[in-house]
Structure formats: structure tokens, C-alpha cells
Design a protein around this ligand. Structure first.
Ligand SMILES: [Zn+2]
Length: 111
């Protein structure tokens, strides 16, 4: 399946399984009512150049989740980002076309 930011400058593809990171949680970065999904690094590929992808390296663990944030520099959409020290990308479900929460029930912890 594919996903993209709002403006379409950044498009990515997921070839493997998606897992819900926080089944009942809202996305921490955009404040949207959107689950956070995990996908293995090997199953994730950017289809567009990274010219519009800006990654902020989170330097603090106070009051925020301990991973970096990526966003589109054109439209500001939060984009998938590799969780530091893991082989998983985390992304918001609303980025993914045809996302159906019922298909992804298993919660997985990343530590
Ligand atoms: Zn965009």
C-alpha cells in the first residue's frame, strides 16, 4: 500500500505488515485522531526524493516520546520516521491509503 503527505510531494510504499503501536492512542505529533503504526524498515520505501523530508532529531525525553519527527517541508504533514535504535518506522494511520484498523489488531511494543 502507499501513503503520502497532504500535498503529495512525498510518497512512500509499504510492502509488509503494519502494526498498531498505540491501539487506543492518538497520534502524538499532529493531534489527529489517528493510530500510530509500525512497519519494519525492510518493508518501507520512499517513492519520491527526500528533498521535502525534514527530520527533527529529538534531543529531550521530557514531555515527549523519545523518537525523532519527520515532516514535509511543503505542507507540514508528519511523515514516517525511523525510531532511533530500532528497525521500525512509525507513522500515522491517516497517511496510508485504504487504511482499515480492523486489519491491524496486534499491538507491538518497541523498546
Ligand atoms: Zn507535503
Amino acid at each position: 500500500m502507499r501513503g503520502s503527505c497532504l500535498c503529495g510531494k512525498v510518497v512512500f510504499e509499504i510492502n509488509g505488515e503494519l502494526t498498531i503501536a498505540q491501539p487506543d492512542g492518538r497520534a502524538q505529533c499532529c493531534g489527529l485522531d489517528s493510530a500510530e503504526l509500525l512497519v519494519e524498515k525492510k518493508d518501507f520505501v520512499w517513492l519520491t526524493s527526500l528533498r521535502y523530508v525534514k527530520t527533527y532529531q529529538n534531543q529531550t525525553d521530557i514531555g515527549s516520546l523519545p523518537y525523532s519527527r519527520s515532516f514535509c517541508t511543503n505542507c507540514g504533514t508528519c511523515l514516517p520516521v525511523l525510531i532511533d535504535g530500532t528497525d521500525f518506522y512509525i507513522l500515522q494511520s491517516h497517511l496510508v491509503e485504504h487504511y482499515d484498523a480492523s486489519e491491524y489488531v496486534a499491538a507491538k511494543k518497541v523498546s
